[in-house]
Design a binder for this molecule. Sequence first.
Ligand SMILES: Cc1ncc(COP(=O)(O)O)c(C=O)c1O
Length: 383
Amino acid sequence: MSDPLSTLSLTELRERTSAKWRRYDPDVLPLWVAEMDVELAAPIREVLERAVATGDMGYASGTAYTEALSSFASRRWGWEASPGQMTTVADVITGYTDILCLLTEPGGQIVVNPPVYPPFYSYLKAAGRRIAEAPLGVDMRLDLAALEETFREVTAGGAPAAYLLCNPHNPGGTAHTRGELEGVAALAERYGVRVVSDEIHAPLFYAGETFVPYLSVAGAERGFSVMAASKAWNLAGIPAAIIIAGTKAADELAAYGNSAHHGPTHFGTLAQTAAYNDGEPWLDALLPSLDRNRHLLATLLEEHLPGVRYTLPQATYLTWIDCTALDLGHDPAQHFLEHARVALNSGLTFGTGGSGHVRLNIATHPDVLTEAVRRMGASTHRG
Ligand SMILES: Cc1ncc(COP(=O)(O)O)c(C=O)c1O
């Protein structure tokens, strides 16, 4: 199979009409939102083409999607999760927001680990919840002492509280270890905090790194996970997600399943089912390309932006770069957009710890990545 990140030219990519390629002017190289510059995996394209050709555009039905995730999890991670523990939902954000609202009350507190994916704040605030921050350590790993302190604070008043974990972590791709996750589960039990783990990036682990499903660790039985194939197979425009309940959260899952929540579209469900069932060869071709790009980025930064701090991600294509040494102020993404014509995510949107940082998406052609970092370097030499 050819290298999925080297098949599309910049000219072809610029014809795309999705957010990544249309938010900014045509001279800007976009390395921001979590879209990948790849063609669709053949098994997914075939399923969608068949649905389009036959007008198969009704409502989603059946259990094929949850069965596909159950088999994928068993093959890929050796983790047995039964379709009976799962329910489908429109997308991952809807999944975690709905479950967190079920587990807490209006005004209730949700713990997050900044710097973290901005919609961990926005959607929960819009749903009337308050966010309590337990920052990651400077090494971007979970800080269990900070987490315990925050759990103590959010439960002090007696109201139900919950914790939204990002596993693996976006940004920066930290792979939480079994030991760390067991520590989380033990703290959650001790303080009565319910855990929801966003595991959308789970298939995107580099060789030698291990994804540990939160629900597979001892003590996590009252937790929830939310998964989808969207990030690993680039299906953000046709989402469909799955909520998985721990073995002691079955009643709440049943209550949720019977509620009037938004289910996924049939089209999205077909695509994501095909990804889990037949998309592994494509994923296994993608991961070495991403691996080359995460190393290429290290080399490029050393050459063009010495002084920035970048740690190779263990998972995901969403790298996190500390630009404080460049003296570009709180928002280096703004500088790079104006002076290098490169679009990155501003670290400021990721909560505490985001100042002076940018998120850079490496899921692009290596030539685009090379030109972007060259431009970023040149922009810092201007007088
Ligand atoms: C951690 C995380 N959760 C959720 C999402 C979005 O998921 P969805 O489009 O299914 O709501 C993203 C997208 O980048 C993400 O990084």
